[in-house]
Design a binder for this molecule. Sequence first.
Ligand code: ADP
Ligand code: MG
Length: 698
Amino acid sequence: MQDLKHTDITYLPGIGPKRAKVLGDELGIHTWHDLLYYFPYKHIDRSRVYMISELTSDMPFVQLKGQFLSFEEQGVGRKKRLVGHFTDGRQVMDMVWFNGTRYITSNIKLHEDYIIFGRPSVFNGHINISHPDVDPADTLVLSKMSMQPYYSVTEKMKKRGFSSRTIEHFTSTLFLQMRDNVQETLPQYLLDRLHLMPLDTALRSIHYPSTADELSHATMRLKFEELFYIQLSILSYSRERSANRQGHRFPVVGNLFNTFYNSYLPFPLTGAQKRVIREMRIDMGSGRQMNRLLQGDVGSGKTLVALMLMLIAIDNGYQACIMAPTEILAEQHLDTFRSFLKDMPVRVELLTGVVKGRRRKAILEGLVSGEVQILVGTHAVIEDNVEFRNLGLVVIDEQHRFGVAQRARLWRKNVVPPHVLVMTATPIPRTLAMTLYGDLDVSVIDELPPGRKPIKTLHIYDNRPEELYRGVRQEINAGRQAYFVYPLVKESEKIDLKNVVAEYEHLQKVFPEYRISMVHGQMKPADKDAEMQRFVSGETQILVATTVIEVGVNVPNASVMVIQNAERFGLSQLHQLRGRVGRGAKQSYCILVTDYELSKDTRRRIQIMTETNDGFEIAEEDLKLRGPGDLEGTQQSGVAFDMKLANLARDGQLVQLARDTAEFVLDQDPQHDRPMNDILWNQLKELRREDEDWSSIS
Ligand code: ADP
Ligand code: MG
């Protein structure tokens, strides 16, 4: 059998060292296998041949059959062009070239049959086609050419004379040269069960399908395979881990939890909060390590859930810690916990990069002795010199900034790893969550605390600031507070972004009667905190900020969020920012201020924001607009197997099918020893080997 992966591309007739180098440098094609997996980005149906009389200038691509009668040079200087008079036997029309003309005149023969392919346009009142594809009619067997593949080539390649047609030539040669069928990568019983094409057929068909239907079957088979192996890898990895990895057993719901629940809780829990707490109590009582993702829109009350779970850990004799992505947030968690717990006998401490010297030493000692029961911190917590007496639960707030590898470091802190709860306010569509965090179980808080009024979101252009100021003044005079958020700190020469500092000064003039705080990324942490604190305590009425406030800041009295240059923010970022208001029972407003000229995508983003408050809907839209590759965290998720065809945003159902199938396989063959699955485990091993990142993750 030919070993395609190890057959160098230069063994293909027509590819010498020079072309091989271009293919390798530009497209990463080094072997026959690479070429086989270089899929066309589209196909054009070439089964139809038109007559000249049928052509109109609004047709996309057309195909004609006929002969050239003569060639003629027209125009002078830069307008010089080559015109070929072409006939289909009934009428005559012009084909036009503006460059490469010598090649045309020396290669195309008059009075012989050619197939012309191109886009009709109108010039001087006549229909013509410029730079058409021209193929001798006898080499192109039209019936076989119904769906012609189009391959992308880079600009550099075009300069070297490569085109889609060149690649087409290579792939067709490849199929002629391949003596054997491509080795199958899925077991026959799965192909049968799911009605999938064999790999060999799928690969031939995705390049050279005879019908659109065949193409879609081939694409589906190959997409499925990509998604399936990712799911199989993630699931088998997490099953192995949960089978092997013991967890602390938290059998009791004790004194602290009950006292808190009965006497300290300032409001009833929402149904969703109760449900997720129950789910996690079951996890933590099972004797296996909990690995759970808690999703909940901004303001859904995740922090409180985390606190109550930590109380369960303490009731069972363990310590707990929570990590926040920024110092401000860590401090806010500390305040929140202390004010929830009041005089309860729980020692909560803060450990961040700014906690130094004697204080730090005391906290570290308290952790070793077990006196510190809850540690609130930033990444500093996972530094190696932080030791716990018996860490039972780790909560990670705002997951996407912590990779799988970082989570793994936490596990190493104990012989028996702590339970891990990852909380995220970035709602991730289910299909994506399944893939990005496939090794985590998922709990969802899909209900906001009662009494919240949906935030009203308005869009205004930046040439009408008076209106904006009037509205803001009204709210502040009614006792509320307002955020003004800007995209950048320093004015950039290229993009005219408002300078936060300048705006701060400007707003002081607009609102001389109010006090204003300012925070931005260039400030010292201590100054930042002090300014923030003034707003939190209500001493200032307006907070002017860059996106440092994006996640987690909680000031229920704030009712206005003004986002300047809203066109510069992504959808999920806008949603996160908006989530800073609407935290009390009062009506809140989010005002998106933009430039007058907006791109189509930006208009769409703004429109979505004004139409819905639903984080999951927004996340789906965001995914559609941006594509999953852009999502923070994709890199660290362990999903490194190549996805050439599948798209997590668009192929949700197929992700589900892949997931279900992987579950099915693992249920049937937990020991990986059933011969009918040999093909799967071998392929998985192969993929994992190719994927170097993977090995460093576990
Ligand atoms: P998240 O972290 O999910 O964005 P928070 O935990 O910051 O949300 O909660 C937002 C606000 O809602 C906080 O002020 C919190 O005290 C309050 N809250 C949480 N749970 C409830 C509840 N069940 N009823 C009323 N208010 C709640
Ligand atoms: Mg939060």
